[in-house]
Design a protein around this ligand. Structure first.
Ligand code: NDP
Length: 334
């Protein structure tokens, strides 16, 4: 897990440096592309770290051969083709699923963000979602609508079993927060992790992990191996009435299977931030389900002032012939 102050050990640069590449010691021009993030804010925070930075905002690219770094969120297909001298791509978020597998992705290091602001927002989203179920808030909202004083005796938090699938930068932070809040937390990941206060399972232990989970939280990355991973088998493996929170990616979940599980009550309720299709189409059954809370993919966002230090450090490192912070592996998908 990383925070704002985290600095990873430097590693040799694995990507190409291009003809006028990073080994010159000069960072070159940075090109920004995002439909969601504010280029003015990003330009300002990056220039506070790198005052001489040549910061360009797409489509005002200038000479494409001068671009060494692309800082982008969900660039369109073919976006990278004009930039022959790239040395670094910084994904303006955590998940690189919109970059992995693309034909135009350059053979340079692909760095993700993992800033303290993003981690804090994700912690708050998942804590809110879990506490909302733990404290029966949907029941009180329903009772209030019919002016009913409906007493439900609170369950002590340490008796509520919460399971987190995916224990990476954000997943581990979320699991840790839930444990600190007092829940009985267990986690599952492909490899064994060690998180204080969290009972960590791995690999083939999925069934035993799921067997007593009352609130299941998905924090896996979207990759070829996690696509559709959370479906009927998972929903049937948790106790009847378990709640589900998806704060990572919609395509990890088999949506028709979730709709069915929510209809039968096998899954008692779900909080969903991400979907197969976004915006969620008006005709989607989730909209009409009273046991579903929908949020429009905002569980967490990148906070520029928190992330700029890491981005600047990555630019400096690559210019010095080293690897960036938060290096990803596009071939595995995260
Ligand atoms: P990381 O990439 O840091 O961690 C991924 C974790 O999942 C790692 O522990 C990895 O294991 C594990 N993993 C990968 N593949 C599998 C698999 N097939 N089976 C089991 N475990 C697997 O991700 P983060 O925690 O930072 O973020 C998770 C996701 O959250 C992001 O990928 C993104 O899609 C999503 N997200 C959603 C946001 C929103 O607003 N809704 C905002 C930000 C992120 P290992 O350590 O062995 O590699």
């Amino acid at each position: 897990m990383h925070d704002e102050t985290a600095v990873e050990p430097t590693a040799p640069c694995e990507g190409g440096t291009g003809p006028a590449g990073g080994r010159s010691g000069k960072p070159g021009a940075v090109l920004f592309y995002s439909k969601f993030d504010d280029p003015v804010e990003w330009g300002a925070v990056l220039k506070s770290e790198l005052p001489d930075l040549d910061f360009r905002v797409y489509p005002d690219v200038g000479d494409a051969d001068e671009i060494r770094t692309v800082l982008a969120w969900q660039p369109p297909p073919g976006f990278f083709e004009p930039y022959r001298n790239l040395t670094l791509v910084v994904n303006l978020g955590a998940g690189i699923d919109s970059l992995a597998g693309r034909a135009d992705l350059p053979d340079v290091p692909i760095s993700r963000l993992s800033d303290s602001g993003m981690i804090a927002l994700m912690r708050s989203y998942v804590l809110f979602s879990v506490i909302r179920y733990a404290r029966n808030i949907p029941d009180f909202e329903a009772a209030m609508r019919v002016k009913e004083w409906r007493y439900i005796h609170p369950t002590p938090l340490h008796r509520i079993k919460v399971g987190v699938m995916g224990l990476g930068h954000l997943g581990a932070a979320v699991a840790s927060s839930l444990a600190q809040a007092g829940f009985d937390v267990r986690g599952w990941d492909q490899a064994k992790k060690a998180i204080p206060g969290v009972n960590c399972h791995s690999g083939a232990e999925l069934a035993s992990f799921l067997s007593d989970v009352e609130i299941l939280v998905n924090m896996l990355p979207l990759t070829p191996s996690t696509r559709g991973m959370i479906g009927r088998e998972v929903f049937e493996a948790v106790p009847r009435g378990a709640k589900f929170v998806n704060a990572s990616r919609g395509l990890i979940v088999d949506e028709p299977a979730l709709v069915e599980a929510l209809r039968t009550g096998q899954i008692g309720a779900a909080t969903l931030d991400v979907f197969w299709t976004e915006p969620l189409p008006a005709e989607h059954p989730f909209w009409a389900m009273e046991n579903v809370l929908i949020t429009p993919h905002l569980a967490s966002i990148t906070v520029p002032e928190a992330a700029a230090r890491d981005v600047a450090e990555s630019i400096r490192r690559v210019a010095a012939g080293q690897g960036p912070l938060h290096l990803t592996e596009p071939q595995r998908g995260y």
